[in-house]
Structure formats: structure tokens, C-alpha cells
Design a protein around this ligand. Structure first.
Ligand code: G3P
Ligand code: CA
Length: 309
């Protein structure tokens, strides 16, 4: 057990170094832009068009949320299910599962119940706007091929516990594809892994020690971050935190605690359609970057990211 934690601590130190090189020392003078699901305010999330547009808008990183198909392929899609962002209900009308939600019965088409060949038949663009009809769900490999050498990759393994319960090891699938593509340390294609799941990041600390790891935290689990001591514990296996932006309002010392623990801070998600109390999303992002001192952020509007104060 001690040996395992020694290895973890050593891995954390190595990947912290890699992250420091990427972002400079925290707090970083260079603020980092992550295109949330691509330029998802303007094109359907996680499609070729959304990823390409985000790079044309100058993003530093392109985010991929990752799910696993029935035949074990990582694909770029946010949800566990296909119905929100594709026409699966028309193409495979009988392939749903029914689940109880309160007093209602809801039909779901899970990504993991479909092969890649079946998923490639789906239209992933029309739900957003008819002009994007025919866009397909991308495999993670296709996303890598598109982004490699032009921007960084910022993948999130979605719902790893769901896949573990179905006998899938999503962390291994991820480590294999990263190694196959030589992305453990590609200076032209920085890579940062993010997850809400501690176990995913702890596994990556061992299998991919040079890859920085960001621990995502939702408002419901704010107590994971509510003391300097908790931040120091997280720094044993992560290199940064990714809090929902509302958490920063609740915990005004969070950036100080995180930076003291050598953790970067990357809140989410900033969108022009919901700038909160600010006149514009650019003002909101500027407040978080230059007043609160966060290092990076996720936005649906990469074109509105304020590079300077
Ligand atoms: O990964 C950061 C942020 O994207 C988390 O929220 O639901 O958009 O994946 P979600
Ligand atoms: Ca995400």
C-alpha cells in the first residue's frame, strides 16, 4: 500500500511538472482557453464543425467528452444516451430501454447499446440546426487526428462507473489510445485529462504519469473543496481542479488554497447565453480570469475569450 502511494506521489510530482511547463507556474500569466464541446455555441457539440471552428477561433484546447460503444470504441459525445443530440429515435425506433423516472417511464438509447457502425448512421447535426444535417459522431481517434499538432486535447471520461458496471475498463481504453498516438508527451499537442471520478484520475496517475489530471467538482459536491487541507489531499493524485463556476462564489479562498497546493483552477462553463450577473460573457470570463485569478476556463464561445485584462 505504501509503495502504491509512493508511486502515486511520484507520478503526481512528474505530471505537476508537465502541467507547470504547459501553464507556467500557477497562478499562470498565460490564461488558457478550452473550447467546451468545441465552439458549441455556434455548431453542434462534439462535431467536426464545432471542433474545427474552435480552432479557427484560436482555442488552446478542444474538449472531448467520451463515451464507449458496444464494440469498445471511445466516441465524442457528452451524454450516456444518443437521443438528445442525434436522430436515433428515427433510425432505431425499437432499440430503446425503458426506465422509470418518478411516476413516468422514459425511453433511452444508450451509446453502449450500439456498435460504432450503427452510431455512424446517425445524424448528429440536425438537432442543432438543419444546416448541419449529416454531421456524424466522431470517434476519439478522429478527434485526435483533427486536433493533433494544431491545439491541445482536453478529454473527459464520462460516467466511468456506468461502464465499469457493464464490464468495461474505460481508463484502459483511454490509456491505450493515448499511448498508441504518442500523446503522453507531444509538445505540439498538449493533453489534459479531466474527470469527476477520483478513481479515473488515480488510475491515470499510474498509467499515464506525464498527463496532467483535472478533478471536476459539481455544485452538489462542493464539500470536496471546502478547506485548504482537502486541496492538499487532492494534489496527491490530481494536478488541477475544475470546479463549477458557482463554487468559486461560495468559496472565495478556493483559488488561494488550490495554488498553495500547486493545483491549477479551471472553472466551467461560460456561455454568452447565460452570463449571470455580468453584462456579457466576456466580462464574466475576465472577472474569473483576472480578478479571481483562475488559470483557465471552459467556454462555448471561444471567440469571446479575453486574452488580456
Ligand atoms: O468538463 C467540464 C465541464 O464540461 C463539465 O460539465 O457536463 O459539460 O461535461 P459537462
Ligand atoms: Ca465535459
Amino acid at each position: 500500500m505504501h509503495t502504491r502511494w509512493y508511486v502515486l506521489a511520484a507520478c503526481a510530482a512528474m505530471s505537476s511538472l508537465a502541467f507547470a511547463v504547459l501553464h507556467a507556474q500557477a497562478p499562470s500569466p498565460k490564461k488558457v482557453l478550452i473550447a467546451h464541446r468545441g465552439a458549441s455555441a455556434y455548431a453542434p457539440e462534439h462535431t467536426l464543425d464545432a471542433y474545427k471552428l474552435s480552432m479557427a477561433q484560436g482555442t488552446d484546447f478542444v474538449e472531448q467528452d467520451l463515451a464507449v460503444t458496444k464494440d469498445g470504441v471511445l466516441v465524442s459525445i457528452h451524454d450516456l444516451t444518443l437521443e438528445r443530440t442525434t436522430d436515433v429515435e428515427d433510425v432505431f425506433p425499437d432499440r430503446f430501454v425503458e426506465e422509470k423516472s418518478g411516476t413516468s417511464i422514459i425511453r433511452h438509447w444508450y451509446v453502449h447499446d450500439f456498435t460504432l457502425a450503427e452510431i455512424k448512421r446517425l445524424d448528429a447535426g440536425s438537432w442543432f440546426d438543419k444546416k448541419f444535417a449529416g454531421l456524424r459522431i466522431l470517434t476519439f481517434q478522429e478527434a485526435i487526428d483533427l486536433v493533433k499538432g494544431k491545439a491541445g486535447l482536453y478529454p473527459e471520461l464520462k460516467d466511468p462507473e456506468f461502464y465499469r458496471q457493464r464490464g468495461v475498463n474505460p481508463e484502459k481504453l483511454f490509456a491505450d489510445i493515448i499511448k498508441k498516438n504518442g500523446l503522453e508527451s507531444d509538445p505540439k499537442t498538449p493533453l489534459i485529462l479531466q474527470s469527476f471520478d477520483d478513481a479515473t484520475l488515480k488510475a491515470a496517475a499510474i498509467d499515464l504519469p506525464t498527463v496532467p489530471r483535472v478533478f471536476l467538482v459539481a455544485p452538489q459536491t462542493v464539500d470536496r473543496l471546502n478547506s485548504a487541507e482537502k486541496l492538499r489531499e487532492i494534489a496527491q493524485w490530481a494536478t488541477g481542479i475544475g470546479p463549477n463556476k458557482a463554487i468559486l462564489e461560495k468559496l472565495p479562498d478556493l483559488v488561494t488554497w488550490a495554488h498553495a497546493a500547486k493545483l491549477t483552477v479551471t472553472p466551467w462553463t461560460f456561455r454568452a447565453s447565460a452570463p449571470g450577473k455580468f453584462p456579457s460573457v466576456r466580462d464574466e470570463m475576465a472577472h474569473f480570469l483576472f480578478t479571481l485569478g483562475v488559470d483557465a476556463l471552459f467556454t462555448d464561445n471561444p471567440d469571446l475569450f479575453p486574452r488580456t485584462r
